[in-house]
Design a protein around this ligand. Structure first.
Ligand code: ZN
Length: 163
């Protein structure tokens, strides 16, 4: 037995593919350039985090994650808003996430789906909302997270955050 298993407060390196039910490849990483995440910190969707819990180095995990445990169900429709609704000089790009505040001061993530000179179309849905996610994951490495990583809620160093 090895103690190198996926558990809370470990930095996990994974090689993976993410496909939709249609078979479309959305994202991937390789053993040479793995994705790093901090387990238990919500860096990855809850359904995948749950499936990887307890897996050892070298383990291959197939996970089918429902929208509820992935990027959520679709909520509401895209809306066109004037560019003036954004701070002057804000660099807006398609696919970018921005945060809006509602009247109660609650923060709402919005995703920019298209832009014109005058308007910005924002969608309350993550681009993968409503999708069932099909992951094929290999656990490449695990290590203990540093206290700083745990405080920040993400991994540092190669493959992690640089700041
Ligand atoms: Zn950090």
């Amino acid at each position: 037995m090895t103690d190198k298993v996926v558990t809370k407060n470990k930095v996990i390196s994974i090689a993976y593919t993410l496909r939709l039910s249609s078979g479309d490849l959305i994202d991937e990483s390789t053993a040479e350039e793995p994705l790093l995440y901090l387990h238990g910190a919500g860096n990855i969707v809850p359904g995948l985090e749950k499936e990887l819990e307890g897996a050892g180095v070298g383990a291959k995990v197939s996970a089918v994650v429902s929208p509820d445990e992935g990027y959520g169900q679709r909520i509401g429709d895209p809306q066109e808003v004037p560019r003036s609704a954004f701070p002057e000089g804000a660099e807006l790009q398609e696919g970018m996430a921005v945060v809006a505040e509602d009247e109660q001061g609650q923060q709402i993530p919005l995703f920019i789906t298209s832009l014109t000179e005058e308007t910005v179309t924002v969608d309350p849905n993550h681009p993968l909302a409503g999708e069932t996610l099909h992951f094929e994951v290999t656990i490449v490495e695990t290590r203990d997270a540093t206290l700083e990583e745990i405080a920040h809620g993400h991994p540092h160093g190669p493959g992690g955050h640089h700041h």
